[in-house]
Design a protein around this ligand. Structure first.
Ligand SMILES: Cc1cc2nc3c(=O)[nH]c(=O)nc-3n(C[C@H](O)[C@H](O)[C@H](O)COP(=O)(O)O)c2cc1C
Length: 243
């Protein structure tokens, strides 16, 4: 296994951090590595906003459902799809900007690729990170706290800091359950996959000492109840047409 594979395979989300600061050179190196990610047609439709203000961080703890790591981590970054540059270029040229779903998706995909490259770069420098999708819990308020202009779509946060914990590896599906040859498997095969994953997840929770419902049960629960139902109206308000 080479160093890159070994880094990728060592990943665990880190939610507790030491008090060590983020070195400025490391932040710039990680963001630069993020920027080297592939970008659809070179549109670079993303940005990240580093939040240093303790007051804003505290506000975001509340808005993310009490995730104290947002305040505790040495660094907190908000990852955004960013269509503002394209909009301003079009506006300055007196030309239309088409804000339908494809433009939104391009920004989400670009921003996510950027973020994962950046996060892995931080890991390679000895930091740990945790994404914070909870940023979307109360997005209009988070967006107001960040004073985001039209065309900028906050997607998730990332906490970064030196690890103060060593969590055990969280299981994934078996490789052959995600790597399909030529065609998607039939439903019976997929259902067998779920049973195997339930078992792997049960072993994981057992090791962690957590009583948890089966993985499939958790997924059923997660997707049977609508959550964050404000998202389409929020993103439309930010200038995404989404049709
Ligand atoms: C987009 C995204 C959003 C996430 N949001 C949160 C979050 O709000 N809070 C949290 O503690 N973990 C969050 N996570 C971390 C996941 O729970 C974690 O990656 C997953 O359980 C797998 O664990 P691992 O990263 O340790 O392998 C998020 C992960 C992703 C990719």
């Amino acid at each position: 296994m080479n160093d890159t594979l070994s880094l990728l395979n060592r990943h665990r989300s880190i939610r507790h951090y030491t008090d060590d600061p983020l070195l400025e050179g490391d932040v710039r190196a990680a963001v630069a590595a993020g920027q080297r990610a592939s970008t659809s047609s070179a549109i670079e439709a993303y940005c990240c906003i580093r939040i240093r203000s303790a007051e804003t961080r505290q506000r975001l703890v509340t808005l993310t459902g009490g995730q104290t790591k947002v305040a505790d981590a040495a660094g907190f970054f908000v990852i955004c799809g960013d269509t503002r540059r394209h909009r301003l270029a079009a506006e300055r040229a007196g030309r239309p900007y088409d804000s339908r779903l494809e433009a939104f998706l391009l920004a989400v995909i670009d921003a996510t690729l950027f973020a994962q490259n950046m996060a892995l770069a931080f890991e390679s420098l000895g930091y740990g990170f945790c994404y914070v999708g909870g940023l979307r819990n109360r997005l209009p308020e988070a967006s107001e706290a960040l004073d985001l202009p039209r065309g900028v779509y906050p997607l998730f946060g990332i906490c970064v800091g030196r690890p103060a914990e060593t969590p055990i590896e969280r299981p994934r599906f078996a490789l052959d359950d995600v790597l399909h040859e030529e065609r998607y498997p039939d439903d019976a095969q997929v259902l067998r996959t779920l049973d195997a994953h339930d078992e792997a997840a049960a072993i994981y929770y057992d090791k962690r000492g957590n009583e948890m419902p089966r993985w499939t049960e958790r997924m059923i629960e997660k997707f049977e109840t609508p959550i964050r139902t404000h998202l389409s109206s929020y993103y439309r308000g930010q200038g995404a047409d989404l049709t």
